[in-house]
Design a protein around this ligand. Structure first.
Ligand code: SF4
Length: 438
């Protein structure tokens, strides 16, 4: 299974996230070098809708940043930490469903400009190249059906890269598809979790795919899932990526959610181990400038450097993300929520692109309940957490899986992704600047 990509709050680079309604004074202070978490400093805030939300969108939902579409639930891997059910379902997205998904988004009052269509949730490249050629033509046709939308839909795919060859590379170039690869470092770490249904390792095939991308000079970002085993090997991870010409990296934490009922990062001492891992990785990162972009470090450094803060994330703001599965079922917020069923909420499906507008979805009781609870969680985070300006209140799926509700605050996921990471980065910056530890 392809490791799920994450945007916010893994990537607190979206300093543009504050909502329209907030003013500078209302945004919680967040760290700057020398201040430590919670230090007070001026805060840069950029409104989501600078001209005000368009007619039909009085709540200021969106703008849509990401349209996540599942081309198939099927995956050619069976990773033991995967959250998705139905990984052996070979259903395929119909082109008519893609048309409907694009129409629902483009006709909605929640589009503000360019956005990214991410092919994800299953292994997208188990479908043929012809699917993506046809889909790219349908995307162009959809934009022609909505001529008032002067925007670009960027395509991106998150893949385990096992089938990438020269023909796939030509397809990516031809259709301008950005590539994200799921790779957990050297084989002894990667193959521990990322295996086929028959137990075969996948590292060699993924590296062949990466070699093809490199032959074609196609830029790609790697997402590396950190399990507890990886935390013992910061040097091996750093040098593996650099030595293989991989220069753009993001870490995802193994999380307890969906089908993955227990994370190895829940074990005793894992948080201390993670801190040691990050401290060593920071040291290597600083000692080897320009060798590796790391989303986690750069995101926090950027916020500190520009004195910017975030006050929500794409994951917890309505219609920043729209998710559509292979049958046309529709949701917002975290893509992780679309595929699962729970006792408390039933499922998180909010509509169907074949017959429900996004505005109609926003009026449903289920959407309003989720949005209201998420908002309450954000406000509690804002009031209680010194790290709020670096985080924006977390992801609903993490809060749900750990608290069985959306209006909670701290989770194991946010301790790893935000709190421990911020502490390491800010301590590192303070040391570089010769400042006393906060
Ligand atoms: S408690 Fe966690 S989710 Fe909430 S703002 Fe703080 S770091 Fe983010």
């Amino acid at each position: 299974m392809t490791a799920p990509p994450r945007r916010e709050p893994d990537a607190p680079v979206a300093a543009s996230a504050p909502s329209q309604a907030l003013t500078t004074a209302e945004v919680a202070p967040a760290p700057s070098p020398g201040a430590g978490p919670g230090g007070v400093s001026p805060v840069a805030v950029r409104p989501l809708w600078p001209e005000g939300p368009p007619p039909g969108n009085p709540e200021g939902y969106g703008p849509v940043e990401l349209l996540v579409i599942q081309p198939t639930p099927f995956c050619n891997l069976d990773c033991d930490y995967c959250y998705l059910p139905s990984r052996d379902d070979r259903q395929r997205l119909a082109m008519a469903t893609l048309d409907a998904a694009l129409d629902r988004v483009l006709e909605s009052p929640y589009v503000g400009g360019d956005f990214t269509l991410l092919w994800h949730a299953g292994e997208p490249l188990t479908l043929p190249i012809a699917f993506y050629d046809a889909a790219s033509a349908r995307i162009a046709a959809a934009l022609e059906r909505h001529p008032s939308r002067q925007l670009t839909i960027h395509q991106s795919v998150q893949t385990n890269a096992m089938v990438i060859n020269d023909a796939w590379c030509d397809c990516f170039v031809r259709n301008r598809i950005h590539v994200g690869v799921s790779l957990d470092g050297p084989a002894f770490l990667h193959d521990r979790h990322r295996r086929t249904r028959t137990g075969l390792p996948s590292h060699a095939a993924t590296m062949r795919g990466i070699a093809a991308l490199q032959r074609h000079a196609i830029h790609f970002q790697v997402i590396c899932v950190l399990t507890e085993e990886a935390l013992h090997h910061p040097d091996e991870l750093f040098h593996f990526f650099v030595d293989h010409g991989i220069h753009d990296l993001a870490f995802n934490m193994e999380e307890t959610e969906g089908e993955n009922l227990e994370s190895t990062l829940s074990r005793p001492h894992s948080e201390a181990l993670y801190t040691s891992f990050l401290q060593r990785f920071w040291q290597l990162w600083i000692e080897n400038p320009s060798q590796l972009r790391l989303r986690e470090f750069e995101g926090i450094c950027d916020l500190a450097d520009t004195d910017s803060r975030i006050d929500h994330t794409d994951m917890n703001h309505p219609f920043a993300i729209v998710n559509v599965d292979a049958s046309g079922r529709l949701s917002s917020f975290d893509p992780e929520l679309l595929a699962v069923r729970t006792d408390e909420y039933g499922d998180f499906v909010l509509g169907d692109v074949h017959h429900d507008s996004l505005s109609a979805v926003a009026a449903t009781a289920k959407f309003r309940r989720i949005a209201r609870e998420l908002r309450a969680g954000i406000e509690r985070c804002r009031a209680e957490c010194d790290y709020f300006g670096l985080c924006g209140g977390g992801a609903g799926s993490n809060k749900y899986w750990e608290h069985r509700r959306f209006d909670g605050t701290e989770t194991q996921a946010c301790r790893y992704r935000i709190k421990l990471t911020s502490d390491v980065v800010l301590s590192g910056l303070e040391a570089m600047l010769g400042l006393p530890a906060a």
